[in-house]
Design a protein. Structure first.
Length: 320
């Protein structure tokens, strides 16, 4: 079968198309003929080699963690009725950029007939992260919210959920007026540039909640935008980790009783994730899946280049 492997950590061009044997599901696993594969920030982080120093991944690793398709075989102990069913699946921290993916049956969820595979991998992880990140930030109706890096696959559902959850304001940082207008249609009320400077009109003087997908050296500037008792939750590191001198800003944090936290959906019990994901797929949370591009699997390098360019608005999806 065709797959994408990381031949050399670093730039997207370090990935290559390879031929691998079609895997056989072990006990408790299913085999899925992939129809859509989600391309995410964690894939880029792994590909860059940022985690290689921790011996978590080696060259030859197949990235990708989120797929949708039809089950073609099951391992021992798995109900045979899964065969032929369309499903969403989490493959783990890799193994998704393939024509035939293996996933634990506990990480598989049936798809409604009306939900496309591309929309499933757009909502399945990002919607869950957005939902629980806002909960982690103790978001409540009436809070003002700033989403930093709002035009990506994590930012868009965060904007929608904050707006539909009764936020008094939903400000977004983005790179252009055109992207800002698209975000307004999804629920944003104020548009800022990447530094947090308003691009037009009035904006709140401060925010009760900041959801930060970017991190990097400029994160402290967004701590400064918090209201007293405000909460910043970092859910991504598109620009790298926070600066080493982040502690230097703690004096202001104490003065305003501000909170800083990180969030990973890995800390949320699987049953809770599954319940929210089921609601997402059924349309009960009324999220609009936004897909930027659907590319062939063998154009994974282009997908990562597009993601790195900052031009993508929404999810990038690979299809075999």
């Amino acid at each position: 079968m065709k797959a994408i492997a990381i031949r050399e950590f670093g730039r997207p061009e370090g990935m290559a198309v390879v031929d691998l044997p079609t895997p056989v599901p072990a006990a408790g696993q299913v085999l899925i003929a992939t129809e859509a594969i989600g391309v995410g920030g964690v894939d880029a982080l792994i590909r860059s080699g940022a985690l290689a120093a921790y011996a978590l991944f080696e060259e030859g690793h197949v990235p990708g963690s989120e797929v949708a398709g039809a089950v073609t075989a099951v391992g021992a102990g798995v109900d045979a009725s899964w065969v032929g069913r369309r499903v969403w699946a989490f493959t783990g921290m890799g193994g998704g950029y393939v024509e035939q993916a293996i996933a634990p049956v506990d990480a598989v969820l049936p798809l409604p007939a009306e939900l496309s595979a591309a929309d499933a991998v757009t909502l399945g992880t990002s919607g869950v992260v957005a939902h629980f990140a806002l909960r982690h930030a103790h978001f409540a109706p009436g809070d003002s919210v700033l989403v930093r890096g709002a035009a990506g696959s994590l930012g868009i559902p965060t904007v929608q959920l904050a707006a539909r959850g009764g936020a008094s304001a939903v400000a977004v940082t983005t790179s252009s007026a055109e992207r800002g207008e698209r975000l307004r249609k999804l629920g944003a009320t104020h548009v800022l540039d990447r530094t947090g400077t308003p691009t037009e009109g009035d904006t709140p003087e401060g925010y009760d909640v900041v959801i930060d997908i970017i991190a990097g050296p400029d994160m402290p500037a967004f701590l400064d935008l918090l209201n007293p008792n405000g909460r910043l939750v970092a859910i991504g590191m598109v620009a790298g980790p926070p600066p080493a001198d982040l502690a230097a800003h703690m004096t202001a944090a104490f003065r305003k009783s501000m909170s800083f936290a990180t969030f990973s959906a890995d800390t949320v019990p699987e049953a809770a994730q599954r319940a929210v994901r089921t609601e997402l797929f059924a349309g009960e949370l009324a999220l609009d899946p936004v897909v930027h591009a659907v590319l062939p699997l063998d154009e994974a390098v282009r997908a990562h280049q597009l993601m790195a360019s900052g031009e993508a608005f929404g999810r990038i999806v690979l299809v075999p």
